[in-house]
Design a protein around this ligand. Structure first.
Ligand code: GRF
Length: 209
């Protein structure tokens, strides 16, 4: 089986990117990272990716600021970079931009996002803080396919994490992040094995073998 070619989009630290890279290294994940694209020039994840010999590209949103549809033009440029790298699956791993239909339609059911809550609870920014403020006893993380609604697409994998007395945003985020690093490579592997089928809102996962 040919490894799945990944394009990973990031904006910051890149620990999920690192988890994917390590899962490939330990042969738990049958994939290859063909390109890493960041919308932030100094994203630590981009610098680390380049240091590891990965193809890391900074695409500056300012280049498109004067276009009549800057977000769409930005995504058109992303699609071009992804195509040049022969990407099969796009992974949003801490990518802090809303993607437009230009990107979504270029890769139908081939864009995944990792979100630090049990969706549909707490979509959007600061999900861990939202969970603490709401007072839930359990939170977690979700990998889902990307659709036009933010954090709304069909769910591929989730992991639950307890919220403990005395938790802060940092301590809860760290506990959730450990699970992110597990379920994101797992979800990508299910894609690599061609085991995912979207039926309406549901993602069916075929048995292996
Ligand atoms: C993660 O919590 C992810 O769920 C969210 O942004 C954070 C990115 O972390 N979308 P990292 O850049 O992968 O370390």
């Amino acid at each position: 089986m040919k490894p799945v070619n990944l394009g990973v989009l990031i904006s910051g630290r890149g620990s999920n990117l690192q988890a994917i890279h390590e899962a490939i290294g330990s042969r738990m994940l049958d994939a290859a990272i063909r390109v890493v694209i960041s919308n932030k020039e100094h994203a630590p994840g981009l610098e680390r990716a380049r240091g590891q010999g990965l193809n890391g590209i900074f695409l500056d949103p300012k280049r498109f600021a004067s276009a009549s549809h800057p977000r769409e033009e930005y995504d058109r440029a992303i699609v071009q970079l992804l195509r040049e790298a022969h990407v099969d699956l796009v992974v949003l791993a801490g990518y802090m931009r809303i993607v437009t239909p230009i990107l979504i339609h270029a890769y139908p059911w081939r864009i995944m996002n990792i979100h630090p809550s049990l969706l549909p609870a707490f979509p959007g920014l600061n999900a861990q803080q939202q969970a603490l403020e709401w007072g839930v006893k359990v939170s977690g993380c979700t990998v889902h396919f990307v659709t036009e609604g933010v954090d709304e697409g069909p769910i591929i994998r989730q992991a639950a994490v307890p919220v403990l007395e005395g938790d802060t945003v940092d301590s809860l985020s760290a506990r959730i992040l450990e699970q992110e690093h597990r379920i994101l490579p797992e979800a990508i592997q299910l894609f690599a094995e061609n085991r995912l089928r979207v039926e309406g809102r549901r993602v069916r996962v075929r048995e292996s073998g």
